[in-house]
Design a protein. Structure first.
Length: 254
């Protein structure tokens, strides 16, 4: 049973590529949430970190993400063009088949356009202005910056947090993957999600670059190599129970 549980959370304590908040000895870390802020993320790299100048870093959509968004958009447009050609020049009647074709085209076009719009929204760290913001609203143009959902003064950023989770895999037909979430932790323990994607190495490298830029530490917790993080699971409490000899708390773990 103990072996199965340790495999679930990623092996023995010496093997896990993670730590527990209590190990930091930091009061802010103890009041910070240590479960993913988002319920899922992409299985591929969606953003890359770019240095605009010595005082400004930006996360921009990766080439792979742009191709993914454009694929849906272009496919939808082509389907709609095909629909109108069939109706206008082919003499096809307007029935449920042609309407389904139009619906599919609209769905692909709308989905692709939305992914392109939101996936390319600016994510900016500007030391000159002293701001972080995520979105198309420039904080300089907003009177009450407190109304911005993804905004923080850089002086209020306490640390960077990386949390990972297993996404999908609920059925045999859907393969699971690991998503890695990068959050800003503010002085009061609140978090703002920066990016969330499946390329661990690139996300950690970008986090290290960003940490050096902000002169802040990086905290890491989540899915170790080969492990599974389950949302809502209090891993510290579970390990404490196991160490205390309460080995039957999780008798049905896979």
């Amino acid at each position: 049973m103990l072996k199965k549980f340790l495999e679930m959370v990623g092996g023995t304590p010496d093997e896990r590529d993670t730590f527990y908040p209590s190990e930091l000895g930091d009061p802010v870390a103890m009041q910070t949430d240590w479960i993913p802020a988002k319920s899922s993320g992409a299985g591929f790299r969606t953003h890359k970190l770019v240095e605009s100048n010595s005082n400004r870093l930006e996360f921009r959509a990766s080439t792979g993400a742009m191709l993914f968004y454009l694929f849906f958009l272009v496919m939808g447009v082509l389907v709609l063009i095909g629909f109108f050609c069939i109706i206008s020049f082919g003499g096809a009647p307007v029935n449920w088949r042609t309407l389904c074709l139009m619906g599919a085209g609209l769905a692909f076009t709308t989905g692709g356009a939305c992914m392109l719009y939101f996936g390319t929204a600016p994510i900016v760290f500007d030391r000159r202005r002293g701001f972080f913001w995520k979105g198309r609203k420039n904080p300089d143009h907003v009177f009450d910056k407190g109304t911005l959902k993804h905004f923080a003064k850089l002086e209020k950023v306490y640390a960077l947090q990386i949390i990972s989770e297993l996404v999908g895999g609920q059925t045999k037909r859907h393969q699971s993957y690991t998503s890695y979430e990068l959050n800003l932790v503010l002085e009061d323990g609140k978090r703002i999600t920066v990016i969330d994607h499946g390329n661990k190495d690139r996300l950690r490298k970008d986090a290290d670059t960003l940490a050096a830029f902000l002169d802040k530490p990086v905290w890491k917790l989540g899915v170790p190599e080969g492990g599974i993080y389950r949302l809502g699971e209090d891993v510290d409490a579970v390990l404490a129970d196991i160490q205390a000899g309460d080995d039957d708390t999780y008798p049905d773990l896979p």
